[in-house]
Design a protein around this ligand. Structure first.
Ligand code: PLP
Length: 406
């Protein structure tokens, strides 16, 4: 076989999606698995959204559309951001893409290139650094820490800026930590970006999943300070339980959107015409379903946290947003005898093999020593899975207790 392109040696496949693939494989083989890996809502897409898709089909709305999306949807996105954040984006400043993932990828390809450094924060969603690498730029990861709830500190980001810094990507609420950046921290980043001509990309894919009424008008902070350098990326996936429909978007100055559109025109073209009609219904219809899902996630989060607190070796805080509990299992790992698992990847594998519970190891997010539990799953699954996890930890950490007692 001829050799693969050099860029394939610089990137790794999605470790989060690998967990989903393993669960699928086991289930097809008849093995019952409790899945805490999936990074997607377990709810059905709201009825009104599905009805809009049926109508689109019935009306034969099945042809190519404009690459950047139908005008109706671009307006719906602009209107949503105006209503939610008070920011103004014209149709020429909006593009519809195949999920937030493609919106972010288009932006990375449009803005970054060889020799550029792009700062983001870790633990992070693994796609962000990989996309930076696919754009031939270098990711610079600023570490956030469990001790302060993985706060995304403005100072730490500013300290990482060098003359080669070309962009800063902020993900708030953050996957996997659930942390939010404060408006003040983002303002300090925006001011530096404006002074030094650095792009700021905001990944808002979990923007509708914030549990308390804390200030989080990040689009307005950026619009006031560095609008010309700002790219907002959002998605219908998590907010409207539409992961499979593949609909996300970017809002940015028209030249950036034009560049994203050119790239998209030569790769995937438009998002499915049917999906686009469904997304219009999602964005313009009642937002009651979004609120109802958030309420259910909050209850799950609180219960899960309560159950996990039964074992102090599973150290975690209640996340402020998204639907993940990010747990420090370092105490379990360090106490094991030789031959036990020593990394969170080994921990996750053993938990799957022995207890049939799938979690995502921290290594997937550049955070060894942690595991991520997605609570976008039913309360019964959460309860049963947590019991198995607690039993698993008790079994494997028993030597520590005996050693401590002795
Ligand atoms: C932080 C973050 N950003 C963006 C996305 C993209 O999601 P989608 O492409 O489904 O919109 C995800 C998906 O898991 C995510 O976790």
């Amino acid at each position: 076989m001829a050799r693969l392109a050099e860029r394939t040696t610089r990137i790794a496949g999605s470790a989060t999606m690998a967990v989903t693939a393993t669960v699928d494989r086991l289930r097809r083989a008849g093995v019952e698995v409790l899945d805490f890996g999936a990074g997607e809502p377990d709810f059905a897409t709201p009825d009104a959204v599905k009805a809009a898709a049926h109508t689109a089909l019935d009306q034969d709305f099945t042809r190519y559309t404009a690459v950047s999306g139908i005008a109706e949807l671009k307006r719906a996105i602009g209107d949503r951001y105006r209503a939610d954040y008070g920011v103004d984006y014209a149709d020429s400043e909006v593009i519809v893409s195949a999920g937030g993932k493609q919106a972010l990828f288009n932006a990375a390809l449009s803005l970054f290139g060889p020799g550029d450094e792009v700062i983001t924060h870790a633990p992070c969603w693994p796609t962000l650094p990989e996309q930076i690498k696919l754009a031939d730029a270098s990711p610079v990861l600023v570490r956030t820490h469990a001790e302060d709830g993985f706060a995304i500190g403005g100072r730490a980001i500013l300290d990482a800026i060098t003359p080669r810094t070309r962009g800063i990507i902020i993900n708030s609420p953050c996957n996997p930590t659930g942390a939010l950046i404060t408006e003040d921290d983002l303002a300090s980043i925006a001011d530096a970006a404006a002074r030094q001509g650095i792009w700021v990309i905001l990944d808002l894919c979990y923007e509708k999943l914030i549990y308390d009424a804390v200030p989080h008008n990040l689009p307005a902070v950026l619009a006031r300070r560095c609008r010309d350098l700002t790219v907002l990326c959002g998605s219908a996936s998590k907010a409207y339980a539409m992961t499979g429909w593949r609909c996300g978007w970017a809002l940015a100055p028209a030249p950036v959107i034009a560049a994203c559109g050119a790239i998209q025109s030569h790769s995937t073209s438009n998002v499915s015409s049917i999906t686009q009609k469904a997304a219009v219904a999602a964005l313009t219809g009642s937002q009651e379903t979004v609120r109802a899902m958030l309420d259910e996630y909050r209850t799950r989060r609180d219960n899960l946290w309560q159950w996990l607190s039964a074992d102090p070796r599973l150290r975690c805080r209640k996340p402020a947003g998204a639907f993940y509990m990010f747990i420090d299992v370092g105490d379990v790992l360090s106490g094991l005898e030789p031959g036990g698992f020593r990394t969170s990847t080994e921990f996750a594998q053993a938990l799957l093999d022995e207890s049939r519970v799938a979690v995502t190891p921290g290594e997937a997010f550049d955070a060894p020593g942690f595991i991520r539990i997605s609570y976008a799953t039913s309360m019964e699954t959460l309860r049963e899975g947590t019991e198995r996890l607690l039993a698993f930890v008790a079994a494997h950490a028993a030597p520590i207790r005996r050693a401590a007692a002795g």
